[in-house]
Write a protein that binds this ligand. Structure first.
Ligand code: V47
Ligand code: SF4
Length: 371
């Protein structure tokens, strides 16, 4: 391989990555502009194995998308609806708690709870939702609210982001998912989601969360109108915040699904771009522990292959997913633990069930909730 690697026009960059040297903006852009997926993947795999050995993580979890009502109109989103318009929904507290309790009874160790920016649900609703779930299922980790939702909740509550997060943490919030990051470039945000919290704003919410001891994930939505330069800038901004806080657990590249969105004339992502993004993310984000393939968006087969292209985590059982499926995802909404384990083993990796914070899960016994 070394002989072949020397022939690659990317040899200098790949050698740097292999030796643990930080890659520059220019390096990242050159990688994205190359189609040498074998060599990029090979070095990403070396880095992936250096960080996580032969382990491939998964989690028993459940997504709850409590409402699709949103005051924003992001052009890439097929999920959101205006209040009182056809297709708008809002789960009530009982329904949310029922889903949470059922998931915990079936062995979920994590609840992933996100929704739109509801124009008039009071902050108190969200606090009650978290505390009610936490009271009923104290052993289940609640990963809820993107940085964009937190900023919105802080406006509804007329509190600072830090105070908002503190109240939610006291109620039982365990960590935050990585959604809402999209691509940080102000030009792209202006074009696709002008009402949305800025990239700087997203990073500031995460900085506040990490300062309070709340860990989080980070994402990047790719495969729409962004350039290789936009992607690399995004990754470097994440890397810089991670240098300061160390609070990010995993990075999840999100493959854009165009159906039913205002960008419906765009193509879906290709396998080539998907694997470049997982591999180059692994190489650029040298201070992130994990790169995760959200199989719902990446597809089951490509997620399996991505385990050799930088990825060490294949997410979870999920059970119900509305955001990507509104945009035409053809994946199922759930995978069983047995299916996930088979995918991982056939990829030659060792499956490790993890909790949200990447501790191995010892007991397979369902966590029982208080009735
Ligand atoms: O914030 C919206 C994206 C995100 C589309 O942290 C779309 O572990 C593709 O962030 N095509 C929500 N993506 C999902 C998310 C996530 C998922 C799984 C795990 C984690 C984690 C986070 O989905 C949104 C937005 O960036 N999105 N529309 C679309 N048409
Ligand atoms: Fe609303 Fe999020 Fe959809 Fe944007 S991506 S319209 S903020 S639900």
């Amino acid at each position: 391989m070394e002989k072949l690697l020397k022939l690659s026009p990317l040899y200098d960059i790949l050698k740097k990555a292999e030796q643990g040297e930080r890659l520059s903006f220019g390096d990242g852009v050159r990688l994205f502009k190359s189609n040498d997926i074998h060599h990029i993947g090979h070095i990403a795999n070396i880095v992936r194995e250096r960080k996580n050995g032969n382990k491939a993580y998964y989690i028993t979890n459940r997504h709850i998308n409590y409402s699709n009502i949103c005051k924003n109109r992001c052009k890439f989103c097929a999920f959101s609806r205006e209040k009182d318009k056809a297709g708008a929904y809002e789960m009530d507290m009982d329904e949310i708690i029922e889903k949470a309790v059922a998931a915990a009874d079936e062995g979920a160790t994590e609840l992933h709870i996100v929704g739109g920016l509801h124009p008039d649900l009071p902050f108190d609703f969200y606090v009650k939702m978290i505390s009610a779930i936490h009271e009923r299922c104290p052993d289940v980790h609640i990963q809820a609210f993107t940085a964009v939702e937190i900023e919105h909740l802080s406006q509804m509550a007329k509190l600072s982001v830090s105070q908002t997060l503190k109240i939610l943490k006291e109620a039982g919030l365990g960590s935050m998912p990585g959604g809402g990051a999209e691509v940080f470039s102000p030009t792209i945000r202006q074009q696709l989601c002008p009402e949305k919290l800025s990239g700087e704003g997203w990073l500031n919410v995460m900085r506040e969360a990490h300062a309070l001891g709340l860990r989080s994930n980070a994402t990047m939505l790719y495969g729409h109108v962004e350039t290789p330069e936009d992607r690399v800038n995004h990754l470097i901004m994440l890397r810089e915040l991670q240098d300061q806080t160390g609070g990010f657990m995993s990075f999840i590249p999100l493959a854009f699904h165009p159906k039913n969105t205002e960008l419906a004339n765009h193509f879906s992502t290709t396998a080539m771009l998907d694997l470049k993004v997982t591999s180059i993310s692994r190489l650029m984000l040298d201070n992130f522990g994990h790169v995760k393939a959200f199989w719902i968006m990446l597809g089951i087969k490509l997620s399996q292959i991505s385990l050799s292209f930088g990825v060490d985590d294949i997410d979870g059982t999920v059970q119900e997913e509305k955001i990507t499926h509104a945009a035409g995802a053809e994946t199922p909404e759930a995978l069983s633990v047995q299916e996930i384990i088979r995918l991982i083993k056939e990829a030659g990796r060792d499956p490790v069930e993890r909790d949200t914070l990447y501790n191995p899960v010892q007991s397979k016994k369902p966590l029982v909730c208080a009735v």
